[in-house]
Design a protein around this ligand. Structure first.
Ligand code: NDP
Length: 455
């Protein structure tokens, strides 16, 4: 997104301002945005827990301190306000919106069920012109509720003013998929199922629950990661080149990919696996079994590691498995898109078949690796695999800063469109159904391992 000249003034009204998201991701993201761009932002917070304006200002200052200098926050503090109360109450919302000095951005940093209640309450209000709504994932809890939420939101503001947040779309390496694919002769001509054998999109974390059991136990790895973030990455890997890089063209092409995507062989039991961690050590850190974590009900059988194979049923991709995998408390931090090329035929005289080429993008470190086969170093009549590597500078703008910039600018390019949010549930519902029916066993892996044996 390019820097534009006119200074924008907005009121960022964070509903759920006492939560983990606000403190750990949203405010630091805002700090990274404001340290690079001259926007006039009034930061308002609301939650039920009592908090003074001074405490709220201190939280903003501390968040800036994580990214730049705390005093960089000072120019935003005078107008910052915190209002205690229940945001499902229409009168409370009226008070909050009246406190906004500029066009409100209502940011739902709330549990999904509360978000739905707030949307219902907002119908009783006349929202100021240009009001934007920013909604966190998961968007709804299934296809039906996502559709209902979309209908509810459509009654509040036009779609261009709705920002369904997926901060993976704000990661510079995720966006780099577009540059890499479309700006190089090397890739576009081989970017199809005739040349590519398999694509893997992996997000394995070292972290466990980190006190978020209440939320996670009702979501699990599939809903928390695959259904939202990894599917958006898949859409960028698989999409046709958009004629323009704008919200209509990019999102239409991403939506087209999602509409063509389905579970491999339409067999969710054979194409998915799930597991949860048992007690172990991740690095130096001891972790209890997931089932013993606070806020967890073991009877819910929630998975902490999920793997699902999908097919994008287009002329370009038919027959190519896209494997999506994500999990917690694993022994290795892996955030990668891996594209495996089909093998070339054996070359007589070279002693064996060459290893297939590969392309790997590391979303967190910015590394791009090409795995190529060349002649052996000591013996030119053998073959040897070599890695060419480049590392991109990821820049200072955090992913949440990038998506917030889109909201401040009123540009939904990097937000999830209504139909995309529904498609992402449609794709995974057969898997969730099969899991609920017990058609896929819940396996176990020791925290700190690489997952169950044989995955
Ligand atoms: P938390 O449970 O930590 O925070 C939720 C906040 O909502 C609290 O401040 C709570 O405060 C407030 N709240 C709940 N009910 C009400 C109410 N009726 N009126 C006013 N405030 C209310 O959740 P997170 O911050 O972790 O997550 C928020 C959203 O962001 C969720 O949708 C989540 O899925 C999403 N998300 C979170 C990420 C994370 O890493 N944390 C990452 C990506 C998305 P109080 O009880 O005082 O009212």
């Amino acid at each position: 997104m390019t820097k534009r000249r006119a200074k924008k003034s907005v009121s960022l009204l964070i509903l759920g301002a006492g939560g983990d998201l606000t403190k750990r991701l949203l405010l630091p993201g805002l700090a990274s945005l404001l340290s690079a761009h001259d926007y006039d932002v009034q930061v308002l917070g609301a939650a039920r827990e009592e908090r003074t304006d001074a405490e709220w200002r201190q939280l903003i200052r501390d968040s800036f301190g994580q990214v730049t200098e705390p005093e960089d926050a000072d120019r935003y503090l005078e107008s910052a306000r915190y209002i205690t109360g229940d945001v499902t109450d229409a009168e409370q919302l009226r008070t909050l919106i009246a406190a906004c000095e500029h066009t409100p951005i209502i940011y739902f940093a709330l549990p999904p069920a509360v978000t739905t209640q707030v949307c219902a309450a907002l119908r009783q209000l006349d929202l100021p012109d240009g009001t934007r709504l920013a909604l966190e994932k998961p968007f709804g809890t299934d296809l039906k509720s996502a559709r209902a939420l979309n209908r509810q939101i459509a009654l509040l503001v036009p779609e261009e003013q709705v920002f369904r947040i997926d901060h993976f779309l704000g990661m510079s390496m995720v966006l780099n998929i577009l540059g890499l694919r479309f700006a190089n002769q090397f890739f576009e001509s081989v970017w199809n199922g005739r040349r590519i054998e398999r694509v893997e999109i992996v997000y394995d974390e070292l972290l466990g629950l980190e006190g978020r059991g209440g939320y996670y136990d009702h979501a699990g790895a599939l809903v928390d990661m695959l259904q939202s973030h990894l599917l958006e990455v898949l859409a960028l890997v698989a999409m046709e080149q958009p004629p323009r890089l704008n919200e209509v063209e990019l999102r239409s092409n991403a939506a087209q990919v999602l509409r063509a995507t389905h579970v491999w062989d339409d067999d969710p039991a054979a194409s998915s696996r799930r597991a949860r961690y048992t007690a172990g050590k991740v690095g130096e850190r001891s972790m209890p079994s997931y089932a013993d974590e606070p806020g967890v009900d073991p009877a819910l059988q929630t998975e902490t590691l999920a793997r699902v194979t999908l097919e994008v049923n287009t002329a370009r991709w038919q027959g190519v498995p896209f494997v999506l995998r994500s999990g917690k408390a694993l022994g290795k931090y892996v955030t990668q898109v891996r594209v495996h090329m089909r093998p070339v035929p054996e070359i007589p005289g070279f002693g064996g078949a060459p290893a297939p080429d590969s392309i790997m993008l590391d979303l967190k470190s910015g590394a791009v690796e090409l795995g190529l086969t060349m002649n052996g170093s000591g013996d030119p009549f053998t073959l040897e695999r070599s890695i060419l590597q480049a590392t991109k500078d990821l820049g200072d703008l955090l992913p949440y800063g990038q998506v917030l910039q889109g909201i401040v600018e009123g540009d939904p390019l990097l937000s999830v469109r209504a139909d995309m949010a529904e498609e992402s549930w449609r794709i995974f519902e057969p898997v969730l159904r099969a899991w609920r029916k017990g058609e896929v066993p819940l396996e176990e892996y020791t925290a700190g391992s690489l997952g169950p044996k044989g995955w």
